[in-house]
Design a protein around this ligand. Structure first.
Ligand code: PRP
Ligand code: URA
Length: 209
């Protein structure tokens, strides 16, 4: 099974180009992060199981296909992951939403947890963790670990941009987690920023720079 899905659809690549541009302002950046999440959601849900359901159309009885099986939850990693939530709910309005608050210590680059609230039935759901940036992978690996503690079996990770280091770390610590990204960049710089990247995703979504 392919564990890293690089989604190279032209619409995604075009929108990613706008996100990377330092001249893109907060309003447009926020809107496009949401649109990117919607497009990525389309691909990340491609393997959802279907079941046959009879439906009476205006013309005849039909055997149609509807999504079967477990329900979904999405878990944004605060803050920047919040920017992806609405975009996912556009396609899956009944998904429940958990939240994990993590920030990356600027000196040690280690993730620091400050909040965690999950839907009560999270263990029965498939989970997609949302965070625009997968840099060292520390935040994603920690977030996946927290979700696993709740008993969740099927976890996917959705990032807009990743560094090779982050992908390697998630693979090593959580080998069964599939990763969905719009692009894998070249490297991290000495401050742990993705190069060329798009800067600080949280600051650009919320205008806190
Ligand atoms: C950013 C980003 C990820 C993390 C990625 O969050 O949204 O959560 O850094 O870095 P890592 O892969 O090296 O752990 P940040 O710490 O800037 O917090 P914020 O979303 O609150 O701005
Ligand atoms: N977090 C961000 O927001 N951007 C990066 O490039 C790395 C971590």
């Amino acid at each position: 099974m392919e564990m890293v899905h690089v989604l190279d659809h032209p619409l995604l690549q075009h929108k990613l180009s706008i996100l990377r541009d330092e001249n893109t302002g907060v309003k447009e950046f926020r809107e496009i992060v949401g649109e990117v999440a919607t497009l990525m959601c389309y691909e990340a849900t491609r393997d959802l199981p279907l079941q046959n359901v009879p439906v009476q159309t205006p013309v005849a009885q039909a055997i149609t296909r509807q999504i079967a099986g477990k329900k979904l939850a999405i878990v944004p990693v605060l803050r920047a992951g919040l920017g992806m939530v609405e975009g996912i709910l556009t396609l899956i309005p009944s998904a429940k939403v958990g939240h994990i608050g993590l920030f990356r210590d600027p000196e040690t680059l280690q993730p620091v947890k400050y909040y965690c609230k999950m839907p009560s039935d999270i263990a029965e759901r498939d989970v997609i963790i949302l965070d625009p940036m997968l840099a060292t992978g520390g935040s994603a690996a920690a977030a996946i670990g927290f979700v696993k503690e709740y008993g969740v079996k099927n976890i996917k990770l959705m990032n807009v941009l990743a560094a090779p280091e982050g992908i390697a770390r998630v693979h090593q610590e959580h080998p069964t987690v599939e990763i969905y990204v719009a692009a894998v960049d070249e490297k991290l710089n000495e401050h742990g920023y993705i190069v060329p990247g798009l800067g600080d995703a949280g600051d650009r979504i919320f205008g806190t720079k």
